[in-house]
Each structure stands twice: as C-alpha cells, then as structure tokens.
Design a protein around this ligand. Structure first.
Ligand code: FAD
Length: 736
C-alpha cells in the first residue's frame, strides 16, 4: 500500500483508533481525528502528539483516505461526503493490515488477555532498551506510556481484533495466540469458526506461532507446521493466576522476536487500566474494577478474588457488554457470576449494537443460582446502587466490591471509589472523581466569587466554578454533577443575571476558552460561532466580512450562549432570526445539532437552551453589503443605545415588556426613576434598568425589584415578570 500523506480518522476516541492516530502521526502522516465522544486523557495525548483533533466530522485538509472505527457504520452520514468524492474508506483493521504488510509484525490474538499481554510485551522491550512500534487496545496505568507508537525499522507489535473479521487480512511474521474461546457471536457462528480463523492466520504466519502448551491452539498450530511452533506454559485452571500466563506469553513472544526478556522484572509492569485495578482499599473494603466481559474472564477474575481475599464477602456489580453476546452466553455468564456472594446488575451496554430485548441483562437472571436469583436487582441509577452497597464506614463485615464489565460502569466504579476515599463527602468525592478526568487546560476551582463575573456586580461565591476547555470536558463535568448530586448552572457573560448574596451551592459553568470563542466564515455566507463568543465580536466580524443582519448585536453585552437561551433581541431583531442550527448538549448526555426551524423559541426564551446547553451555532447572514455601510448602521444603533441606556453596572432590562406598554415606560410614568435601595437605583435614563452605583448587594437589588413590581401592580393592576435571571434560583422564591 502506498503510504497516504493525510488521513482522516472517524471515531478516533476509542481504544482501537486513538493508538492508530498516534502511530500514523509518528510515521509522519498528517492525521485529523474526529469523535463525538472523546475522553481524557486520550484527547490531550493525541493533541500533544501532534494529531489534529477536530470538532466536526469534516477534515480541514482533503484526506488521501478515511479510516473508520467499527463504531461507525458503513452507511453512516459521516461517510457520505467522502463516498461522493471517491475518497478511499477503510475499516480500521483492514487499513492496519495493509499498512503494516511489509513490516515485521508480531500479532497478539485470542479471546482474552490480548491488551495486557501486548502491553506487557512492549513495556518489557522498552525496559531492555529495544522500543518497538505498537498498537495496543487499552490505556496503560501510567498515562506517560502511550497506547500507540511508531519507531522506524522496528518490529510492530499489534493487538489484532477478531471482532469484525478484519483479522483475515493479516499475515504476520509471528503470531502469539492466547486462547480461543467463543466470543463475538455476531461474527463467529460457533467456537469452531473462530478456531478456523486462527488456523488460517497461522497458515499466513511466516516465521513463528506462539501458543499455550497442551491447548487446542497447540494442536491447530502443529497441524500446520510443527517446526515453527513455540509453546508457553499457561496457568492451571485452578491457580487463577492469569497474570503469570500473560507474562509467560510475553516472554515467549519476545524470544521469537529475537529478544531475551529474562532480566525483566515483570512485577514492575504498571498494568493496563481497568484490568484488576484497585480503586480503593481500606482494612475492611477493597473496591476494584475489571474489564472482564466474557464468561471465562469473569470466572478467572472472580475465582482469583476468592483465592486472594477468602475472608472478604464478594460483591459483584456486573454490566454485560453487547446484546448479541449477552443473549448467546447468558447461561454461562450466570453460572460464573454465581461465584458472587451478592450480585448487582446494570443494563446491558450495547456499544454500537441496537437495543435487543433478547440480550438485555435480564436474560441472565433466570440462570443465576437460586440464592442470587431473588435478591439480584438491575440498577439504572448510581445513587440507588451506592445506597445498596453502603459505605465501608457502616459495614460490619469485610468485603470486596468488584465492578466487572466492558461498558460504561467504569464511571460508577470510579464514582463509588471516590465516595469511599472521601468518607462520603459529596463535594470532596466530586473533585476526587474529576481529578484525572479533565484536560489540563480545563479550570475547576472551589469557592469562586461571582459578582465580578457579572455586569451587575453583586452576589456571593460559587461552591464550584469551571471553565471546560472543550465539549468533552463540559460533558464530563455535567456527568459528574449528575453522579454526585451537585446542581449546576450555566453562566455566559453574566449580563442578564443577578447572583444572590449567598452565592450558589453547586457548579457554575462558563464557556470561556478559545474552543468556545470560534467565529469562522463558511463559504455560503454563514458563520459558525461558539457559544462563548461575545455578541459584539460576532457583530464586528460580520461587519468586517460584509455580512448584513448582525448589526443589532453590537450593544448587547452577552455571549452567544446567553443570547440563544434568552433569544436576545434589540431594535426589532432577535437572535433566532439569524439561526440556521444550534448544537446542544442535551440532558441525556448526547450532543445534537438542531435546525432553527425545529426549536421552540419565543420572546426571550428558547426551550432547548433552557433544558440543555448551547455549544455552537450556524448563523445566517441576511445578505452582503459593503462593510462601510454596515459600520454606519451599527454606529447609528450604538448612538441610539448610548443616549437611552445607562453606562453604570446593570443587568440590562429588569422586566419583560408587557404587551400593552413597555415596562420602562410604565415605571417611568409612576415616577419611579431614581428610586433606590442602598446603592441599587432605578436608572434615570431608562426606568427598566436598575444600576449598581457601587457596593450594592443582591438583596438591595432584589428588594428594589420587588418594590417597583408592587407599585406597578397597585397602580396599574399589571404584574411585571422579570426578564433578568437570578442565578440558580426561581423568581417565585422571591416574588410570591
Ligand atoms: P448570562 O447573563 O450569563 O446568562 C443568561 C442565561 O443564559 C442564564 O439563564 C444562563 O444560565 C443561560 N446560559 C448562558 N450560557 C448558556 C449556554 N451556553 N447554553 C444554555 N444556557 C446558557 N438583552 C437583550 O435581549 N437585548 C438588549 O438590547 C440588551 N441590552 C443589554 C444592555 C446592557 C447594558 C446589559 C447589561 C444587558 C443587556 N441585555 C440585553 C441582557 C443580556 O445582555 C442578554 O440577555 C444576553 O444575551 C445575555 O448573555 P450572557 O452571555 O451575559 O448570559
């Protein structure tokens, strides 16, 4: 295969694709990578290595080919533009097979233990001073060791995935086959068909086949070419010591590559994430997580726990991975899980499979040991699970709590461990959980004064304050709030908000970094704008580029996010007059781009921005004009604003305009201009503004609002409704 110069990786956040991005980037190829769900530290690792992480499924440079993860279906909308332009599209496995075809490849295959063994092997080679190229399908416990690396002219150690059939494209120099249990039931109709696949791979292996002694794999390998077969000693079934099996396999594989690993102390191997990882340990409790998602792996892990901690009550939280596997292997899963003293289940994690009731977690409950069958419950709420498990402080007996599975139970495992580490204090647990989950450029701080971050300049502090560096960190913060029961609220420029004097007991989120401030011109007279961009910047940018329709934004001191939430408007225009689409982080954690015409929008209101978080939008110009003409229109509006609105600190209009008369006019007619409460004063220039003359408190502003509202009600029989928001509160608390 001719090496591409530029590649585009779709679904690049997963542990198949991210290592490939690192590998290709190391090989000098320009890599653009997109995923709608990156996690940290993978995203930062890619960026720091020079991979271009992009926020839209459209690369900036025309790629020579596209590589898609197995999570991206071949019919995916994302692929359409490339199909149209006849850009070659490869599945990850197919690409890797072709790209490495002329190199010395050691392929690690099998149903279990591939990641740990491959990780152990490349770590050991590094230890003896022979670093090699590699692609490993998981993260190392030490994040300084990356999951993919390119070294010119070295061996390439590849963890080869059997799940999508792309294994058939590999012809390695050495094959290390660890085991051959039936798995990936959608791909292999029975255990034998996987063995057949491995047999074919052995036939294509040019140099050596490494297999466990006295195994079916040895028989298969020797039936092909006994001279080129090397065996390693597997663990015995009883010892449950699969780490020493992995070591033996790595050692034998190293030897067949020509390296002597006998000096390596494998006990120093830092391990792979989610492989028998201890998350918390005290005298009475151990909390662990393991990636086991096949009955054999579950048996190995649980029997090992029984041997290592015989005194500890074994409590297992299990989440099945994929509906197809759960359906076919339900009975086996249930048998192995019956090793638990207590069992707690989570709904099946579908990965990219569609929901199938036959593979729902309930499929295995009927096969559980009678002792567990009645007691076992399926949890879909973390707080319920946490209270079922209880805290180690309350527990009278020693226990080991193990989270087992390959789905998203990882979040729950770590959240639970964070609570244990912090004696159940939810705020400490929240920061402990987030400590290594956010990119280094994200800001998360405790007890931050908020008044100076608003235009009104009143109010207390936020218990937590964050400026997420990008949408993944935003999503992580939102998710953590959900897990730890911490309320959260968005703040833009704070130009329509009053912060109460008591502050806010939860997390205040602000979209402040460069990621959120994007304003870019698209060829069709549209702007893509991040929710953190200032309205005045958007207006200036549009003017500079000769785009008409943005002029009214000039005097509104907010950000696009706040303007979308409020449908901010002036002089007869509203924000949603400009909107083509908005992308939101929705309450279910998904990110969706919604066309303007499908949004529920009204006077100073947008439902979707109220329920979700606006991330970015496409704004449409009314047309084009000379920038000088646009500048003149802007100047006119600005001068009108200057003559009608106060310069002092304020939060803009306090009340919504009733249909009959503008609120400002009503208040003025009642002679309330100049009315004051401490340093909060009804503006003499615009009666619907309350200004802070300096040192006002939120309480003063709020009592003045109440007083004005009461006067209007008494004299005009009209109940003015506030337009300005009160951070984290509902006006009903103050106005009833
Ligand atoms: P904030 O005040 O910080 O927040 C407003 C609301 O938006 C809050 O509920 C917040 O939680 C929510 N929010 C913030 N970001 C997001 C997000 N990304 N996703 C979802 N929700 C979010 N308003 C007008 O309509 N017309 C005017 O002419 C006008 N003139 C003003 C003049 C002055 C001097 C001042 C001080 C204010 C004026 N305002 C005006 C009010 C204010 O500027 C607008 O409402 C502005 O759109 C608020 O944006 P912000 O970024 O400051 O939002």
């Amino acid at each position: 295969m001719k090496s591409p110069k530029t590649v585009f990786l779709l679904g690049a956040g997963g542990m198949g694709m991210a290592p490939l991005a690192l590998y290709l980037n190391g090989a000098g190829i320009r890599v653009e990578a997109f995923d709608d769900h990156f996690v940290e530290p993978v995203r930062t690792q890619l960026l720091e290595s020079g991979v271009e992480v992009i926020d839209e499924p459209l690369p900036r440079n025309p790629p020579d080919c596209v590589i898609r993860s197995s999570a991206i279906d071949k019919e995916s909308e994302y692929l359409k533009p490339f199909l149209k332009r006849r850009v070659p599209i490869f599945r990850r496995g197919d690409f890797v097979a072709r790209f490495t075809a002329h190199r010395k490849v050691l392929a690690v295959v099998g149903s279990h233990g591939k990641t740990t063994t491959a990780g152990m092997l490349v770590w050991a080679l590094e230890e003896i001073g022979h670093p090699v190229s590699y692609l490993v399908g998981g993260r190392f416990e030490k994040d300084t060791i990356l999951p993919g690396q390119f070294i010119r002219d070295s061996w390439v150690v590849l963890e080869v995935d059997e799940s999508d059939g792309s294994i058939d494209g590999f012809s390695p120099s050495v094959t290390l086959a660890l085991n051959s249990d039936w798995d990936h039931v959608d791909q292999y109709s029975a255990g034998e068909s996987f063995e057949e696949t491995l047999k074919n791979l052995f036939t294509r292996t040019s140099h050596e086949i490494v297999v466990p002694r006295k195994s079916k794999l040895q028989e298969i390998a020797e039936s092909i070419g006994p001279d080129s077969v090397t065996c390693f000693y597997p663990r015995s079934e009883e010892s449950a010591d699969f780490l020493s099996t992995n070591q033996a396999a790595a050692f034998a594989a190293g030897k067949s590559m020509g390296f002597d690993l006998s000096e390596v102390d494998f006990n120093l191997f830092p391990g792979m994430k989610r492989r028998q990882s201890v998350l918390f340990e005290s005298e009475s409790r151990i909390v662990m997580e393991d990636y086991a998602h096949h009955p054999t792996e579950v048996r190995s892990f649980l029997s090992q726990r029984r041997i290592l901690q015989p005194e500890h009550f074994l409590r297992v939280i299990f989440q099945p991975h994929r509906f197809s596997r759960t359906e076919k292997l339900a009975k086996l899963f249930a048998e192995e899980l019956s090793l638990a003293d207590d069992l707690y289940l989570l709904p099946t994690y579908g990965a990219f499979e569609k929901f199938d009731p036959a593979g729902a977690v309930e499929a295995l409950t009927g096969y559980l040991a009678p002792r567990l069958r009645k007691e076992t419950v399926v949890f879909d709420d973390f707080t319920d699970l946490r209270s079922a498990l209880g805290s180690s402080l309350e527990s009278s007996k020693k226990d080991q709590i193990v989270f087992v599975g390959a789905g998203d139970l990882e979040r729950w495992a770590h959240a639970f461990a964070a609570f244990e580490k912090t004696n159940g204090n939810k705020h400490d647990a929240f920061s402990c959980f987030l400590a290594d989950r956010l990119s280094p450029t994200t800001i998360l701080r405790a007890n931050i004064p908020l008044g100076s971050k608003t235009t009104m300049k009143v109010g207390g502090s936020a218990r937590w304050y964050a400026e997420p560096a990008h949408s993944e960190d935003l999503r992580m913060l939102v998710d953590a709030c959900e897990l730890f029961g911490i309320p959260r609220v968005m703040m833009g420029r704070g130009s329509n908000l009053i912060v109460p004097d008591q502050g806010y007991g939860g997390l205040v989120l602000r979209l402040k970094g460069s990621f959120w401030k994007e304003i870019s011109l698209r060829s069709d007279n549209n702007l893509i704008v991040g929710a953190g961009a200032r309205l005045q910047e958007i207006c200036r940018y549009a003017c500079k580029n000769g785009l008409v329709g943005f002029e009214f934004l000039e005097g509104i001191p907010g950000t696009l996010g706040g303007a979308l939430r409020m449908n901010a408007g002036a002089m007869g225009w509203e924000t949603f007059d400009l909107v083509e689409w908005v992308s939101f982080l929705l309450p279910d954690g998904s990110i969706r781009k919604i066309p303007g015409t499908d949004l529920t929008v009204g006077y100073r209101y947008c439902r979707e921005a109220y329920e979700g978080i606006a991330l970015r939008a496409k704004l449409r110009a009314e047309g084009r004009s000379d920038h000088r003409a646009i500048r003149t229109a802007i100047d006119k509006l600005a001068s009108k604003r200057r003559s009608t609105q106060p310069r002092e600190s304020s939060a803009g209009c306090i009340f919504r305009n009733p249909e009959e008369t503008p609120a400002g006019k009503l208040i003025d007619q009642l002679g309330l201009k100049g009315e004051r409460e401490g340093s909060a004063v009804v503006s003499n220039l615009h009666a619907n503004f309350i200004v802070n003359e300096g040192g006002a408190t939120a309480e003063e502003v709020i009592s003045l609002i109440k007083r004005v509202r009461e006067r209007v009600r008494e004299t005009r029989g009209l109940l003015l409704e506030p337009e300005v928001g009160i951070l984290g509160k509902d006006w009903n608390e103050y106005l009833s």
